[in-house]
Design a protein. Structure first.
Length: 122
């Protein structure tokens, strides 16, 4: 009686996670005051946010089982063979990403001009 059993379990788990956050905030303010009382205000707000999430998960399971039974007999032989293979694989991936962007911009411009002219002729 020859019995050969080969069980090979190979697990390859690769997990790649890339998180890239790019923030570009530009603010330009120009105030020009001239004789004719002209007021120019330019406010430019530029916000760029890039979130890149890349996930690669590879799970490879290889199983090889060889059972060879050779019997040469001239009698009565009773043979029971049970092969039970139980395999449990659990892969849990939990990923939480929170991006909070808060931006407050207050621009207050107050301008008071008083001109008093007194002219007397005598």
């Amino acid at each position: 009686m020859k019995m050969k059993t080969q069980v090979q379990l190979k697990k390859k788990m690769k997990m790649k996670t890339q998180v890239q956050l790019k923030k570009k905030m530009k603010m330009k303010t120009q105030v020009q005051l001239k004789k004719k009382m002209k007021m120019k205000t330019q406010v430019q707000l530029k916000m760029k946010t890039q979130v890149q999430l890349k996930m690669k998960t590879q799970v490879q399971l290889k199983m090889k089982t060889q059972v060879q039974l050779k019997m040469k007999t001239q009698v009565q032989l009773k043979m029971k063979t049970q092969v039970q293979l139980k395999m449990k694989t659990q892969v849990q991936l939990k990923m939480k990403t929170q991006v909070q962007l808060k931006m407050k911009t207050q621009v207050q411009l107050k301008m008071k001009t008083q001109v008093q002219l007194k002219i007397r002729f005598s």
